[in-house]
Design a protein around this ligand. Structure first.
Ligand code: NAD
Length: 480
């Protein structure tokens, strides 16, 4: 069966009938087909979103949007197991992690339901003016039709981060999931229909980035582009958007540091480091993929980490024992293998992993990998690998740790471990990243802003900042 495109609450094949194979990365087997949207299909979706935006959707108030968002959250929770299993066969992640994602996605819709509920009451905020003859108030209005382009690492969760705030704000949207993992975005469309979302508010076009994605991002009738993905694609999107001065927000890659000081508890540090680099096979934008460890603790920490990494159960994500699944695709598998080879060639010491597990002939599996003595100019230290590969470097004092941590073109996240609270505070202020974790790595809350400094992106998702992405601000000033 081919999964079709969702436009105006109707399902249709792509105009030219072209399809994309859906591959289970644990088995390297085709499990489904997706319609590959053409430029014409994207035009239809944008047109439909525009008509919905100009139509009755404008009069749906915040409380009604909140109810729709709550129904979608419930629809996701009701199908929790089904969605998680789809995520596993599409993306490869372990089932327990997929369940976590699905719960977070439902939580995201509930959170934005609460913001939508408060939306109307917060309108027309007056502002103090120095000239008493005038009176000014501020309104927040939906930005219009949003193009939302998302990656494959957290398929449904990334869709939720885009769709929920856009509905809360009163926008309409065209969502383009990754061609590698579209199944749960299409399920989200079904859930939205069941929840009563009016036709045209959410449209989902599946297809290639170079065709559907590019056409959508350059579409003249799109008011807002919200993109999550790699820096090269973000660059292209921003260049295209510049032609028409489009409102763009970008959530891009990272090479986040994890700094461990001598006084940290080793077992706790190992636990958080493992979570920071091996969760989701290391395919996490905020993965703390550079371990910067103080000399006095380094040998003991690395030894313990390697023991733990070697013990991670690898397998099909549907097997409840699995803690590390396959990478998402052949392309990603080959890219990570290439990074490992480059690391070895650059003179870094491969302490563990780097290979396909010996007992697994099929599937895009790679062992948990740790490199030490990593040259600072090597690509494994500088570039985002997006796989289960940790690179380690030692430091002697706080200033050196800080220099190493900040010496990157990225700035999404950073983690620090130390018993010394004053030092942690100093570090949190000096680290050039949008997210700083102290004595932990990766906890993510829908309430808190998410996004990066430098090449990790522009703007913030989640929390009230995520809602702001989809709003214009209008001042109304009158002469009394
Ligand atoms: P990608 O840039 O290859 O693709 C992302 C999306 O863009 C896909 O839907 C793809 O089809 C589409 N696309 C590709 N070319 C396009 C074009 N020319 N015009 C418009 N759309 C196009 O990224 P990916 O490999 O899917 O995802 C991995 C990247 O995403 C990593 O760099 C990761 O760090 C980043 N990421 C960032 C965050 C964050 O919150 N900052 C979250 C998740 C992933």
């Amino acid at each position: 069966m081919t999964r079709t495109i969702f436009i105006g609450n109707e399902w249709r094949p792509s105009r030219d009938g072209a399809v994309i194979d859906v591959i289970d990365p644990a088995k390297e087997e085709r499990i489904d087909y997706l319609s590959a949207a053409t430029a014409h299909d994207v035009d239809l979706a944008v047109d439909c979103a525009r008509r919905a935006f100009e139509g009755e959707w404008r009069s749906v108030n915040g409380a009604e949007r909140a109810n729709l968002l709550r129904s979608i959250a419930k629809g996701i929770s009701d199908r929790r197991e089904q969605l998680a299993r789809l995520e596993v066969i599409d993306n490869g992640k372990p089932l327990a992690e997929a369940l976590w994602d699905i719960d977070d996605a439902a939580g995201c819709f509930s959170f934005y339901a609460d913001l939508a509920q408060e939306f109307d009451a917060a309108q027309d905020e007056t502002i103090a003016l120095p000239d008493e003859r005038f009176e000014s108030s501020v309104r927040r209005e939906p930005v219009g039709v949003a193009a939302q382009i998302i990656p494959w690492n957290y398929p449904l969760l990334m869709a939720a981060w885009k769709v929920a705030p856009a509905i809360a704000a009163g926008c309409t949207m065209v969502l383009k999931p990754s061609e590698l993992t579209s199944l749960t975005s299409l399920k989200l469309a079904e859930i939205a229909v069941d929840a009563g979302l009016p036709a045209g508010v959410l449209n989902v076009v599946t297809g290639l980035g170079s065709v559907a994605g590019e056409h959508l991002a350059r579409h003249p009738d799109v008011d807002k582009i919200a993109f999550t993905g790699s820096v090269p694609t973000g660059t292209k999107i921003m260049m295209g958007a510049a032609q028409e001065i489009k409102n763009v927000s970008l959530e891009l890659g990272g090479k986040s540091p994890f700094i461990v000081f001598d006084d940290a508890d080793i077992e706790a540090a190992v636990e958080w480091i493992m979570f920071g680099i091996f969760w989701n096979q290391g395919q996490v934008c905020s993965a703390t993929s550079r371990l910067i460890v103080q000399e006095g603790i380094a040998d003991r920490l690395v030894k313990r980490l390697v023991e733990r990494a070697r013990g991670i159960p690898i397998g099909n994500g549907l097997d409840p024992r699995t803690k590390l699944g396959p990478l998402v695709s052949r392309g990603q598998y080959e890219k990570v293998r290439q990074f490992v080879a480059q690391g070895v060639a650059a003179g870094a010491r491969l302490v563990t992993g780097g290979e396909k597990p010996a007992n697994m002939s099929r599937g895009y599996f790679i062992e948990p990998t740790v490199f030490t003595d990593v040259p600072l100019n090597s690509s494994i230290w500088r570039d985002e690998i997006f796989g289960p590969v940790l690179v380690v470097h030692r430091f002697s004092d706080e200033q050196q740790a800080l220099r190493l941590a900040n010496d990157t073109r990225f700035g999404l996240a950073a983690a620090v471990m130390s018993e010394d609270e004053t030092r942690c505070k100093r570090m949190s202020e000096a680290l050039r990243a949008g997210i700083v974790w102290i004595n932990c790595s990766q906890p993510t809350f829908t309430q808190a802003p998410w996004g990066g400094y430098k090449q990790s992106g522009i703007g913030r998702e989640l929390g009230r900042w995520g809602l702001g992405n989809y709003l214009e601000v209008k001042q109304v000033t009158r002469f009394k």
